[in-house]
Ligand binder design. Structure first.
Ligand code: FE
Ligand code: CA
Length: 165
């Protein structure tokens, strides 16, 4: 079934937003590098790649169903954060926005009874649980860590172990 124009546009906007997410995480990676938090920078670089993969899932869906994926301008992300906690809080808040946006697209797909888009979006529902959980967890740990440099470097080392699959 060919995708509706309205749904294709909503998915296209989300494609753009996923690329924007990748931009945010790459920007955070640069900032973490500057702070000598190599592990967090590493984690964010991998996350940025994942965001590109998310964008491509949307791109494929539009194109495979006779739509045209339009590459629009990507908003510039923030470049500075007050602290690692501030950055991870931003990442968590951003993922909550992503979840809300995908739920909205899901509602549109359901209102159109688009049975091809629904399972594609279901994958994202699960993915967003993971995205929120990961960023929330680090945010919570950083709150506990407070001013302890030792604990911060231990957490940084752990995040540096994220596998690039
Ligand atoms: Fe994403
Ligand atoms: Ca993920």
């Amino acid at each position: 079934m060919e995708i509706s124009k309205e749904l294709a546009e909503a998915i296209n906007d989300q494609l753009n937003f996923e690329l924007y997410s990748g931009y945010i995480y790459l920007s955070m990676a640069s900032w973490f590098e500057e702070q000598n938090l190599d592990g967090m920078a590493h984690w964010m670089k991998i996350q940025a790649k994942e965001e590109y993969e998310h964008a491509m899932r949307f791109w494929d869906h539009i194109v495979d169903r006779g739509g045209r994926a339009e590459m629009k301008a990507i908003k510039a992300p923030a470049t500075n954060w007050e602290s690692p906690l501030d950055a991870w809080q931003d990442a968590y808040d951003h993922e909550k926005v992503v979840t809300e946006r995908i739920f909205k697209i899901g509602e549109l797909a359901e209102s159109e009874n688009d049975k091809s888009a629904i399972p594609m979006l279901n994958w994202f529902y699960d993915e967003q649980v993971e995205e929120e959980e990961q960023t929330m967890r680090v945010r919570d740990l950083l709150k506990k860590i407070g001013d302890s440099t030792n604990a911060l470097f231990m957490l940084d080392a752990r995040l540096g172990q994220r596998e690039d699959k």
